[in-house]
Design a protein around this ligand. Sequence first.
Ligand code: BGC
Length: 426
Amino acid sequence: MKRSLAVLLGSILALAMILTGCGKSDTAASEGSDSSDGGKLEIFSWWTAGGEADGLNALIDVFNKKQPDIEVKNEAVAGGAGSNAKAVLATRMQGGNPPSTFQVHGGAELMAYVDAGKMEPLNDLFKKNGWDGKFPEDLIDMVSKDGKIYGIPVDIHRGNVLWYNKKVFDDNNLQPPKTFDEFFDVADKLKAKGITPLAIGDKEVWGSTMVFENILLAELGPDKYKQLWTGEVTFDDPAVKKSAEIFKKMIGYINDDHSSLAWQDASQLVADGKAAMNIMGDWAKGYFTSKNLKYNEDFGAVPTPESDGSFMVVADTFGKPKGVKNPDQVDKFLTVLGSVDGQDAFNPKKGSIPANVDGDTSKYDDYSKQAMDDFKTDSLTPSLAHGSAAPQGFMTKVDEAVNVFVTQKNVDNFIQSLTQASSLLK
Ligand code: BGC
């Protein structure tokens, strides 16, 4: 079993303990908590790669300028998409030792902690900052339960993006593919030239799960894609089977070393022209620009094939755990995190667009300007690979199934595993 799967299983166990109340009670948590670490504000995330780490540092800089007396402790745990951090967090939450504030995706991932009674509502902070109407309603829905808001959104990523090396495409007279037929046509031409068509880094399985969820979105369309997570569409649907067939064909065009690479390594293959394309959220743009590559000169981006008009939302939010010793410091940090200043320092480096609607567009490149427009008009869909669409238990089973599929390429077994896993959907 891959390490990330083992870690995720650990995190499920910890989460299950929280949900069944086997961990310390909230009261015990608040009494026993040492979350302030001697007065330091612990910011827990998994932002350690190029781009994402730069964004976090820029945000912390803004905070330090506004609150010079509060000492910040950057508690980032490496591993894309939180493949390690989520397990560490679950253990800390279960042990009554929450960080002061932590990165969490809106949707199912945040709601697991809310349902377990581990999070403070943030409505008062929202009011105090005049944030009513300042964040898109769809995002507020993803962080709310029964009228209470539990997370402050810091960014909006698009998860259905195909990145390509411009020089490789230009040198070979290729156009970025809009359909799967075009994708395989381009891929054949690249392969004939000895260039890896598609870079994947699935050392942490989500790198492949993301590719599959993008194909699902394309084949099912946004409405049916969303119905997969509610059980209204089942995994034996012909469109799911077709997605698996397309995924299988794609796997024939990826780098041999995919299972030893992380997402940023796969992006680097594209940056170096060793591979032509990469399917990844737009934190990859943050990575490319951190390496001094320029959008539309060195690399280009289009929606993944047949997903134009849909926007796979990956939104990071930060919340306030119950029982922290420094709630006022947390409020001050969340105030900066939700502010235009904070978001406009963070997002241009991160690759994402600001969640606060007052973000200053002039601070963003053409890619992000386009993403801002698309977010307003496209159908918005939650990402499975990034924890918004479905509970962690289901996600882990899907990751396991994807992991097996990438090696065995057995469509029927894959559909069967997905169908079995669907009993874990609420
Ligand atoms: C997060 C991004 C992060 C990416 C890679 C996603 O789950 O939402 O903020 O950059 O993982 O680590």
